[in-house]
Design a protein around this ligand. Structure first.
Ligand SMILES: Cc1cc2nc3c(=O)[nH]c(=O)nc-3n(C[C@H](O)[C@H](O)[C@H](O)COP(=O)(O)O)c2cc1C
Length: 84
């Protein structure tokens, strides 16, 4: 399929992330892994024909570690609903 279908990958990732939350887990998708795909392939020996789109760290939040929490824009700032 074409370039627009990359959105499907994003939607799949988000679904996995939401399901992880339902299980009490947190996650952090990391596209930067794709830059190091050859090194990752040396470790994982993936079948031919696959690409490394991104990695995802999964685990339980360590509340003792401080970090900047980013906010989320309100829905009306990012989505336009058109009514006929
Ligand atoms: C598909 C995807 C790939 C990402 N790749 C990276 C990455 O390579 N490096 C990075 O620092 N953040 C990356 N991010 C952002 C972090 O996963 C995370 O969203 C960000 O640190 C903000 O954290 P928060 O979503 O909990 O607010 C990526 C996000 C998405 C959705």
């Amino acid at each position: 399929m074409g370039l627009p279908q990359w959105a499907d990958v994003g939607m799949y990732l988000q679904t996995v992330m939401l399901l992880l939350r339902a299980e009490g887990l947190h996650s952090c998708p990391q596209m930067a892994w794709s830059v190091h795909r050859r090194t990752v392939a040396e470790v994982l020996s993936p079948p031919d024909g696959l690409i490394l789109f991104c990695g995802m760290s999964i685990g339980f939040e360590d509340v003792t570690v401080g970090y900047a929490r980013t906010g989320r824009a309100p829905l009306d700032e990012t989505v336009t609903f058109v009514e006929d």
